[in-house]
Design a protein around this ligand. Structure first.
Ligand SMILES: Nc1ncnc2c1ncn2[C@@H]1O[C@H](COP(=O)(O)OP(=O)(O)OP(=O)(O)O)[C@@H](O)[C@H]1O
Ligand SMILES: [Mg+2]
Length: 240
């Protein structure tokens, strides 16, 4: 199933934040959305998730389609439950007073395919051995990187097949960042479609099949990960 965003205009109150952006994510792809602070990356993800105001923006023009479905009139919980698209937001959002295991379990509450859940636990623990070692540890005592892994583990346990990630590498040391993207790549190789928002173009372009660059609410560049990694404009603006 393909996600297709076409000529999307959105606003917060009287201020337009996205001025007609178009992009696609094909089933099985890992696509990166790059851009500086305030470019509209989080806004794009919230639009797809159909998050209502005041956090989410209002769509004024354009379309968001997923396969045969027009997502615009779809409620946020239905985007997750029926269409299998889920967001790992900026800042992680795990339950600090629950253990790793309990956090993962809670993520499965809406699932009906109960026979697959046990299998998915094993998958998460093999992808993230650090979480397996800490399965009885409270969320709020995990390191930042471990919390990010738990947030991704929760997204996976909720049964979604299309993960949107908002700056997963934020605040992580370079080694942990690499580890996290390697796991994302494994998830992607195993069939999960991924749209990842990043300010760290270097790491995102290394792993993503394709990428788009957002600047002040407009897409200004697009290409394969390798193409963009060698693009002089990108190198100047994002790769130092
Ligand atoms: N709830 C809101 N109400 C009003 N304006 C908002 C709201 N959320 C975001 N904006 C504005 O929309 C623009 C895009 O913000 P957005 O959060 O999408 O940027 P971003 O690319 O995710 O930036 P960052 O890298 O800093 O997270 C910004 O100018 C921001 O101030
Ligand atoms: Mg953001």
């Amino acid at each position: 199933m393909m996600l297709e965003v076409d000529n999307l205009h959105v606003r917060y109150g009287s201020i337009e934040a996205l001025h007609g952006i178009s992009f696609q994510v094909k089933e099985g792809e890992m696509v990166a959305l790059l851009g500086a602070n305030g470019a509209g990356k989080t806004t794009t993800l919230m639009s797809i998730m159909r998050l209502p105001p005041p956090e989410g923006p209002v769509v004024t023009e354009g379309s968001i389609r997923y396969g045969d479905t027009n997502l615009l009139p779809v409620a946020s919980h239905t985007v997750v439950a029926r269409h299998g698209i889920g967001l790992v937001p900026e800042g992680r959002h795990i339950f600090g007073n629950l253990t790793v295991q309990e956090n993962l379990k809670l993520a499965t509450y809406a699932r009906t395919d109960t026979e697959r859940i046990a299998w998915d636990y094993e998958r998460v623990f093999s992808l993230f051995p650090r979480l397996a070692d800490r399965r009885n540890q409270r969320g709020d005592t995990l390191s930042g990187g471990e919390q990010q892994m738990l947030a991704m583990g929760r997204a996976f346990m909720s049964g979604i097949r299309f993960i949107l990630l908002d700056e997963p590498s934020m605040g992580l040391a370079p080694l942990l960042m690499q580890e996290l993207f390697r796991v994302l790549k494994e998830l992607n190789d195993a069939g999960t479609t991924i749209l990842v928002v990043e300010q760290n173009a270097h790491i995102a372009l290394k792993y993503a099949h394709r990428a788009y660059v957002l600047e002040a609410g407009r897409i200004v560049l697009e290409g394969s990960g390798a193409e963009l990694a060698h693009n002089p404009e990108i190198r100047k603006a994002y790769l130092g």
